[in-house]
Design a protein around this ligand. Structure first.
Ligand code: 5RP
Length: 227
């Protein structure tokens, strides 16, 4: 199986955790795409009653097209379960997310969820975080100053570009600065530093947040319980 087939495998597997009448957080990305398609099929075939809370305009568009009823995070009392992808997961179940630039809504939805499942192909697992560039969402005003500060601190920043070569805008009209770190020895310390920099809206370190990881392996999906 290639990487895409592994993503499809875990996307389709993950909807087994969705039960009738749940409010479900719907993540973002190419793996989540398969989960949302499979959820749409279950709603159609089984008459499941689900409320979806999406994490990006992209996922909202897909879910709407499939007839999945949606509410915003502020309109629901709680989210029973969120299923999302991840860019890198360490051996102690810490994660980097935001490769699809949706980290802000993804973190808001995840932190308001009773349970969080990440669905990944096996290439996303690593011993220690840092091989995937760490996304930091920043407001445009003052972002050059923040960039210079990150550079001076040796965090190897780069502004995320869009397909036209301009600066990429998130769904909230912010910029993304990616930090090319190689390895992150102390993720909690780094998270503390980043969130306290004025102009930083959110960062892609998702620490102590996941309950279950479904990994796409060549011999089938493997379910790992984080805590
Ligand atoms: C989007 C994310 C995605 O979950 C992450 O980038 C994984 O994406 P994919 O499933 O396409 O590999 O964090 O902001």
């Amino acid at each position: 199986m290639d990487q895409n087939e592994l993503k499809k495998l875990v996307g389709e597997k993950s909807v087994e955790w969705i039960k009738d009448n749940m409010t479900v957080g719907l993540g973002t990305g190419s793996t989540v795409y398969y989960m949302v398609e499979a959820l749409g099929r279950r709603i159609k075939d089984e008459g499941l009653h689900i409320t979806g809370v999406t994490t990006s305009n992209r996922t909202a568009k897909q879910a709407q097209a499939l007839g999945i009823p949606l509410k915003s995070v502020d309109e629901v009392e709680k989210i029973d379960l969120t299923i999302d992808g991840a860019d890198e997961i360490s051996a102690d179940f810490q994660g980097i997310k935001g490769g699809g630039a949706a980290l802000l809504f993804e973190k808001i939805v995840a932190t308001n969820s009773d349970k969080v499942i990440w669905i990944v192909d096996e290439s996303k697992l690593s011993q220690q975080l840092g091989s995937f560039p760490l996304p930091v969402e920043v407001i445009p005003y003052g972002s050059q100053k923040l960039f210079a500060k990150f550079e001076a601190k040796g965090l190897n920043p780069s502004f995320r570009k869009n397909d036209q070569g301009g600066l990429l805008l998130t769904d909230s009209d912010n910029y993304i600065i990616d930090l090319h770190l190689g390895s992150i020895d102390h993720p909690h310390e780094l998270a503390e530093y980043l969130i306290h920099q004025v102009g930083v809206v959110e960062h892609g370190l998702f620490l102590d947040m996941v309950n279950t990881v479904i990994v796409g392996r060549q011999n089938g999906p493997e379910v790992l319980e984080a805590r």
